[in-house]
Ligand binder design. Structure first.
Ligand code: HSE
Length: 404
């Protein structure tokens, strides 16, 4: 019998209970042993709910119970998750979590501890919700050098950008709608400012290169400045705007960034719409491989968490190797990153083209019907630093969006 304890009975925690209850037999078959949820920890009471009899409020009950093999954490945030993770591993219990804040900050330390204890620290659900991406990076794409990872890693922002693109609505209107539907949090900052995607690309990049990427080193720009007018230009160019988490290896340099990009339909991520996520990985021998599916939500996320539980149960006394050392991966200066840029500028192209060309070199001018007092242009490929320097030579830039 494998006994588990679930920390947190919110959206994901209750999803974990539901998945294990619904698929108990097939999960047991895959593990080769029965599985039981022995405890659910939450500060709240849940009278009349199916977990009423196994609900506990004190974490010590769980760590001091030698029968508990696996602790599943679905609380989010660093505190108390970090101390719960450490205590669980120190008490010889594997720890499975969907908590990207915890994994991005303490991944290497907790992996090291799990190795020392011959247990497992698993976090499939921390990136891409129900999409398998952590296990493929650790166990499947092992013949390749990973050259590039590009992901739509945040369902909330992808929902907002998709709605803006398809319905011509402005950011505030769509955000409000997303909140009313329960997709976006009441405090949507982590999603719309790109912080959530930042932690996720930090985790993926650390696993791809085996060294720790500090998410605070990643240049991060959210979607709050994207407007309905930007989408009019995008549409004229046959493009959409997506929030990408990107990392790239160029020789011995590593780049990482979170920012909105204007992409065309040659990009495999072009059709990843709504709350769905997509992650494109480029290997040096494999080429492109794409992972696509439900990046958030109760049951998809719980499905990924339970897949970790199955793995931990199958490897009860074996540490599954995941290479992510605490040695820091030094990211190159984002100023060296290259792309084309779409730029909106006040005035008319007729009056300003000479000035623009002098600063940016040859550009492609875009005018959009019913948008007056401004025009758009697309630069050639240039570095971030070159773009900044060119921008300082001209007046009237309204906004700029990177292009792939
Ligand atoms: N807020 C996240 C999203 C949840 O919208 O993708 C999943 O990590």
């Amino acid at each position: 019998m494998i006994n588990i304890a679930v920390l947190g009975y919110g959206t994901v925690g209750s999803g974990v209970v539901e998945v294990i209850t619904t698929n108990k037999e097939s999960i047991a078959r895959r593990i080769g042993d029965d599985i039981r949820i022995k405890y659910v920890l939450d500060l709240r009471e849940f009278p009349g709910s199916p977990i009423e009899d196994i609900l506990v409020h004190d974490f010590d009950t769980i760590i001091n119970d030698d029968e508990v093999d696996i602790v599943v954490e679905a609380m989010g945030g660093i505190n108390p998750a970090y101390s719960f993770a450490k205590a669980s591993l120190e008490h010889g219990k594997s720890y499975c979590t969907s908590n990207k804040e915890l994994v991005a900050k303490y991944g290497p330390e907790l992996l090291e501890l799990s190795e020392k204890m011959n247990k497992n620290f698993l976090f499939e659900a921390s990136v891409g919700g129900g999409i398998p991406i952590i296990r493929p990076l650790n166990q499947s794409l092992t013949a390749d050098e990973i050259m590039e990872i590009t992901g739509i890693l945040n369902g909330t922002t992808n929902y907002i950008l998709t709605k803006m693109s398809k319905e011509g609505l402005d950011f505030d209107t769509v955000l409000k709608e997303a909140q009313d539907l329960g997709y976006a949090e009441r405090n949507p900052e982590a999603d719309v400012e790109g912080y959530d995607a930042c932690r996720k690309i930090a985790i993926l990049t650390s696993l791809a290169y085996g060294q720790h990427v500090d998410y605070e080193d990643i240049y991060t720009e959210g979607i709050t400045k994207i407007s309905d007018v930007d989408f009019k230009y995008a549409s004229k160019l046959g493009r959409v705007i997506k929030l990408f988490g990107k990392s790239k290896r160029a020789g011995d340099k590593f780049f990482a960034m979170v920012a909105p990009f204007m992409i065309d339909d040659n990009d495999p991520l072009y059709s990843v719409n709504g709350v769905l996520n997509g992650i494109l990985v480029k290997g040096n021998v494999l080429g492109d491989v794409m992972f696509y599916g439900s990046g958030a939500g109760k049951l998809p996320t719980a499905s990924a968490v339970v897949s970790d539980v199955v793995d931990a149960a199958k490897h009860k006394n074996t540490h599954i190797m995941q290479i992510w050392s605490s040695k820091k991966l030094e990211l190159s200066d984002v100023g060296e990153a290259q792309s084309k840029f779409f730029v909106r500028m006040t005035g008319t192209a007729d009056a300003k083209l000479e000035e623009v060309t002098e600063a940016f070199g040859d550009v492609q001018v875009i005018n959009v019907e019913n948008v007056t007092g401004e025009f758009g242009f697309v630069t050639g490929v240039m570095t971030e630093t070159e773009f900044t320097q060119a921008s300082e030579k001209v007046a009237g830039i309204i906004t700029r969006i990177r292009m792939e």
